[in-house]
Design a protein around this ligand. Sequence first.
Ligand SMILES: O=C(O)CCC(=O)C(=O)O
Ligand SMILES: [Fe+2]
Length: 292
Amino acid sequence: METSVTPNNTTSNTNDIVIERRSNLSYEEFKSKYLFPRKPVIITDATAKWKASNWTPQWFKETYPDKMVSTDQGEMRMDEFIDAITENSDRPGPFLREQPLKDVFPDLIDNVEPTPSYVLPNWLGGNYFVGRINERLNRESFIEVNFCGRRIFPYLHVDDLGVHAFITQHYGDKEFIVYPPDQEPYLYRVNEDRFSQIKDVDNPDLEKFPLFAKAKAIRVVLHAGESVFMPCGWWHTTKVPGTSLSTVISVSNSSNWNELIGYLEKNSNHPKLASLFSLYLKGFGFLKSRLS
Ligand SMILES: O=C(O)CCC(=O)C(=O)O
Ligand SMILES: [Fe+2]
């Protein structure tokens, strides 16, 4: 067993799997090669028509200088926020993390249109009658913003509710460190949760987490204008070398609906009600896939 931890990635193995870059990808090919086989892919032109292609930190600073934004370091004015995430500093700056675009920048919703075919159909936005579930699924359907300076994403994780994530980079580069589902035995999942106990994959405590030395990562850098399809069950975290702005669309449909049902069932406080509701959701999924 290793007794010392070597920083900067010398402990991390590389996976042979390559995440392809594709453009002009038809929905049919996406569905058969990536969506259903649950294989990640980078699509370089999925959002080419979005006005969000022109988003820059400077534009946000000039357009909303005195707008208050919530960050992991508290509320601050937009101009202060942009200064903090664009300055050259060793400290991680504030992070505007996983916030629904419709809440933070309601006037920019039309900047992320048209919706790429790759995230359709999306069943998260439906009407599920039971208030709490409805609220939970609908909340997941909102496109989210991640805006920050140089830093690592705070956790290695799989996404909630067994959704697929479609992450588009608008500004800056973002490195993804990705582990296929078969690597999970080496990732020290927190009991029943969707997080790993390993905080920084490049500086793991191998005395505490020796099996992590076997985990094989795929590393890929997402550039501005590109989107990555991250299928459900794939572990991921990210690092950004400078200012970064991206959006995330979560997707659930016939390709991963059973995962969502499993998540809801596991997290319910009422097992009997949960199994009834699962039946309902299974029926819903069956009809939806027949109709689409
Ligand atoms: O955009 C990122 O840095 C990671 C986002 C992500 O994985 C998530 O929001 O679940
Ligand atoms: Fe994620």
